[in-house]
Ligand binder design. Structure first.
Ligand code: 4NP
Length: 155
């Protein structure tokens, strides 16, 4: 079982998009039984909320549901539970690294965009205060990275 956790700030836009796109792709490929996928935020500000309505409606236009309910990263459980912890941006990456005070989980923490091959971004820009294009960009970058993640495990 591959266990992958996507992490952004609020866990209502970018990491729910990665979570939903990954689940969608795994189902399409018949691989969902081999993976445990989850998402969370470095902040607890939106705990208990579903993904942002704008994020969900842009995803739904592509036929993708975003089932996440926001929760905060839990350093006493998540480092141990997951094999790969993917930060959606560099600030999330730094925050995760600082929560790994022992450094023992360092190799598990990576930037989501390390798995992109068609997009040049090094992080997934926060769409929260922007317009429709920001949400479409999130989905385009996420779809590229998810293909790379699945390829890295299934090659
Ligand atoms: P996310 O986006 O980290 O992709 O879920 C954000 C959600 C909420 C806020 C910022 C970013 N906020 O400031 O409330």
């Amino acid at each position: 079982m591959r266990k992958i956790l996507f992490v952004c700030l609020g866990n209502i836009c970018r990491s729910p998009a990665a979570d939903g796109v990954m689940l969608h792709e795994l189902k399409r490929l018949g691989l969902e039984a081999n993976y445990l996928i989850d998402s969370c935020g470095t902040s607890a500000h939106h705990v208990g909320e579903p993904a942002d309505k704008r994020m969900r409606s842009h995803a739904m236009k592509r036929g993708i549901e975003l089932p996440s309910i926001s929760r905060a990263f839990n350093s006493s459980e998540d480092f141990e539970k997951f094999d790969l912890i993917l930060a959606m941006d560099k600030k999330n990456f730094r925050d995760l690294k600082s929560m790994d005070s022992s450094g023992l989980n360092s190799a598990k923490i990576k930037l989501f965009c390390d798995y992109c091959s068609n997009r040049n971004e090094t992080e997934v820009p926060d769409p929260y205060y922007g317009g429709a294009k920001g949400f479409e960009d999130v989905l385009d970058i996420v779809e590229d990275g998810i293909k790379g993640i699945i390829k890295s495990y299934e090659k």
